[in-house]
Design a protein around this ligand. Structure first.
Ligand code: 9Z3
Length: 318
């Protein structure tokens, strides 16, 4: 593969360390991720790094207010399960409290409504699960425990935008040693804008000062250094979200042209659970859930992951 001597992305890389505080645990997490990746690659397993959830951007350094976005983390959490079912080991880089593999299936449930204790005088008595309240709990629990015991899922949390950016860089560097066995599946909805720490008021913004005007800077694009410098042999998938379907494919193609990675999963906010397009340099492939599939509770992530894992196999054999 042709590589330039000077990293194309040095500017993005520099602004990352200058403008975003480096989290204190980043080196420790990087080591964990590198060991995880090497262990699984040695067992001939592929490793996918999934990013998941939204980001919060603070408006004050002693933060009272922040800008957030809609992402629930469902795409990332359900995809993690399908990647595990397809034989991948998964690093799950997710926003704190966004949806999590397996537990996501029970987010609408009040735990206390699904438990009861065995009647009787004896203490301690046993607590029982009402399986009607937690559908498929036996199957899900078995799968969750098997994944955990086999050490196939490495969860890594982020809270702030700075943490996300530094942990993604650390992950990319940690996975570079396993070359094309690594996949990046960048499903997180990361803010494009932020207020630099040096320009942020320390204290709560006062409404008595009248209407608020803020200027935000552009968040550096991580895809460029990831593809060019940090993990140049990896199979890289980004996601493109729009609300206007008429510009979706053009934007997805533009991202591919700009970053030269392997594929973009394009989706529209309102239809994202049932329709996506996988765009590559030479193709575009629609994935749609039929009404019958929706009835049977098939998830579109099942289709996305099978399509991409086949494409990853082809990529590795090139
Ligand atoms: C996505 O497009 C994901 O599919 C969703 C999933 C965030 C829509 P949920 O978490 O939703 O299941 O509720 N992720 C990427 C969104 C994004 O911000 N992409 C950037 C862009 O479109 C490029 S990296 O410009």
């Amino acid at each position: 593969m042709a590589q330039s001597n000077v990293p194309v992305s040095a500017a993005a890389d520099e602004s990352l360390s200058e403008e975003f505080a480096v989290p204190s645990h980043v080196e420790e997490v990087k080591k964990q991720m590198a060991e995880f990746a090497e262990h699984h690659a040695a067992a001939n397993r592929r490793v996918v790094l999934i990013t998941s959830g939204g980001t919060k951007v603070p408006l004050e350094s002693r933060t009272v207010r922040f800008l957030d976005n809609f992402s629930s983390g469902r795409r990332g959490a359900s995809s993690a399960e399908y990647f595990l079912d397809s034989g991948y080991a998964v690093i799950f880089l997710h926003r704190h409290r966004s949806l999590y593999p397996y537990t996501r299936l029970y987010t609408g449930v009040n735990l206390l409504d699904s438990l009861k204790f065995e009647s009787g005088e004896e203490e301690p008595c046993r607590v029982l699960v009402d399986q009607k309240e937690l559908p498929n709990i036996l199957k899900v629990l078995k799968r969750y425990q098997a994944v955990k015991e086999a050490g196939l899922l490495l969860p890594v949390e982020f809270n702030t935008l700075s943490e996300y950016l530094h942990l993604l860089k650390a992950a990319a560097q940690a996975l570079s040693s396993i070359g094309s066995k690594a996949m990046f599946y960048l499903a997180a909805a990361v803010s494009d804008f932020y207020i630099p720490a040096s320009e942020m008021p320390e204290h709560k913004i006062q409404s008595s000062n009248g209407p608020l005007q803020i200027t935000m800077k552009m968040v550096p694009k991580m895809l460029r250094p990831l593809v060019k410098d940090w993990a140049p042999q990896a199979f890289v998938i980004s996601f493109k979200l729009e609300t206007d379907p008429s510009i979706l494919l053009e934007r997805a193609r533009r991202a591919l042209d700009t970053y030269s990675h392997q594929a973009v999963v394009a989706n529209v906010l309102d239809t994202r659970r049932g329709y996506v397009v996988i765009v590559t340099k030479n193709s575009q492939h629609e994935l749609i859930l039929t009404d019958e599939e929706v009835q049977k509770e098939v998830e579109i992530e099942d289709k996305i992951v099978s399509k991409l894992s086949v494409a990853h196999t082809q990529f590795m054999s090139q």
